[in-house]
Design a protein around this ligand. Structure first.
Ligand SMILES: Nc1ncnc2c1ncn2[C@@H]1O[C@H](COP(=O)(O)OP(=O)(O)O)[C@@H](O)[C@H]1O
Ligand SMILES: [Mg+2]
Length: 428
């Protein structure tokens, strides 16, 4: 008998076309984004009259269609412009892989020379740069030399620009493209951000330039997600493969969380995979049930949180350690003040200067966004109730994940584990 002998896997069960559920799949039509697309078009269409474009700051939480909308509109804009002899080149990168200005600039140069992102139209016949070893001035000079070889109009797409954090050198250099760098083409920057606060932290000059116009993509509501998921399900599954309530449940869970279409689609895909596997094994199942969705949610959640914790940046990890310690003592939900105090001790124990209270608080908020922590008074914000935080993941899971964190700074947390055990015993 061979390992791959047919055991029913090849029969038709639930999934017909798996690729439409993948994150990189580009849907033919964007559901429930008419208004936002219309706004976006208004910002881009002046180009068709040969007018300059304002720079655009496009912001909204992760998974609300910012990238897919940009990738839908810009090729169309370019084609329409070319029909009128207006030449446009597009250059797209995602800043999160590099996350410093220096590295992002090198990535822009290499993207212009050897394109990998779908929007990029430049393809200069020059060798790529290595990732290190050049003085910064030279790197910026090369970038503008490359841009001077492009069309009369250049649209630069900096996706996830917020991952540059406070390192705004690239953005600053771009604001000086005409004066300092003698760029002849018209340059439009589209900065896409998952984080609205990023804008506030930019130096004034950069902010004024980058955020000439702003476009907001709000989180999806449950009904929006139902439309998006229904359309995907039609393409992805055989008829009748979703029990009633399944799509609604995926949409409800995702909208209750962050209103992310990415999250909703991922949930449906995982649920479908669980159902498909079960269908292969048992002969009497041919649809996705609400239970599959709930199981899928648990699996995804656990995995996200564990990988999230393992990859936390240094201070975020210390903030989490503080909350974890307070939780093990039975002292959560805890106020920012108390968490901050504990965090300072932790940071010093690891030989680091603590961040300011505001800096540490940012990390608390981020971890709430990532589902690691929960702000229990969130809905009462602004009504005189202090923010209070607790773990949004079982203590045991957090401790395990912290012990496996990437930097290897944390040895073992047995003391914390014992303390947590004592605490539960006391509580019983
Ligand atoms: N309005 C929509 N209609 C159909 N699919 C959508 C829509 N908005 C987002 N998606 C899908 O959800 C996922 C996340 O969208 P994306 O544009 O990557 O979000 P963002 O860039 O805002 O994080 C993608 O797989 C995308 O195809
Ligand atoms: Mg995106």
């Amino acid at each position: 008998m061979g390992y791959f002998d047919d055991d029913g896997f090849l029969d038709e069960h639930i999934i017909k076309n798996r690729s439409v559920l993948k994150p990189e799949y580009k849907p033919e039509k964007l559901e429930e984004r008419d208004e936002e697309l219309e706004e976006y078009v208004k910002l881009l269409r002046p180009l068709l009259k040969g007018w300059d474009l304002d720079n655009i700051f496009l912001y909204g939480h992760s998974g609300v269609g910012k990238t897919v909308a940009t990738r839908t509109l810009l090729p169309d804009l370019r084609d329409t412009a070319e029909e009128q002899d207006i030449n446009v080149d597009l250059l797209e990168i995602n800043c999160s892989s590099a996350n410093t200005s220096y590295q992002s600039t090198i990535e822009l140069i290499n993207e212009a020379r050897s394109p990998e992102y779908p929007l990029t139209t430049l393809n200069l016949d020059k060798p790529e740069l290595s990732k290190t070893g050049y003085p910064a001035e030279q790197v910026y000079e090369e970038l503008f030399d490359d841009l001077n070889e492009a069309a009369d109009n250049i649209i630069l797409i900096l996706d996830e620009v917020n991952t540059l954090g406070s390192d705004s050198e690239l953005l600053y250099q771009l604001t000086r493209s005409q004066t300092m760098h003698k760029l002849e083409a018209e340059l439009c920057i589209i900065g896409i951000s998952n984080d609205f606060n990023f804008r506030d932290d930019l130096p004034a000059r950069v902010k004024d330039t980058l955020c000439e116009t702003e476009l907001h993509f709000p989180a999806y509501e449950q009904n929006d997600l139902v439309s998006i998921l229904s359309r995907r399900a039609e393409q992805a599954f055989y008829d009748g493969s979703t029990e009633s309530g399944v799509i609604e449940l995926c949409a409800a869970l995702a909208s209750r969380d962050r209103g992310s279409a990415r999250q909703a689609i991922r949930l449906l895909r995982k649920a479908a995979e669980l159902a498909e596997n079960q269908a292969v094994e048992t002969d009497n199942l041919d649809s996705i049930t609400e239970q599959h969705v709930r199981d899928a949610e648990e699996i995804i959640e656990r995995k996200l949180v564990t990988t999230g914790i393992r990859n936390l940046t240094t201070h975020r990890k210390y903030v989490l350690l503080a909350v974890t310690n307070l939780a093990a003592q039975g002292n959560t939900p805890a106020q920012t003040r108390d968490i901050y105090e504990y965090y300072q001790t932790v940071a010093r124990e690891f030989g680091r200067d603590p961040l300011t209270r505001r800096g540490a608080h940012e990390h608390l908020l981020e971890m709430c966004d990532n589902g690691i922590l929960k702000n229990v008074n969130r809905d009462q914000r602004g009504r005189g109730r202090p923010n209070k935080y607790k773990l949004d993941t079982p203590l045991e899971t957090v401790i395990d994940a912290l012990e496996q964190e990437e930097d290897g700074e944390i040895d073992n947390l047995d003391d914390l584990r014992n303390q947590a055990d004592r605490q539960t015993r006391l509580g019983e």
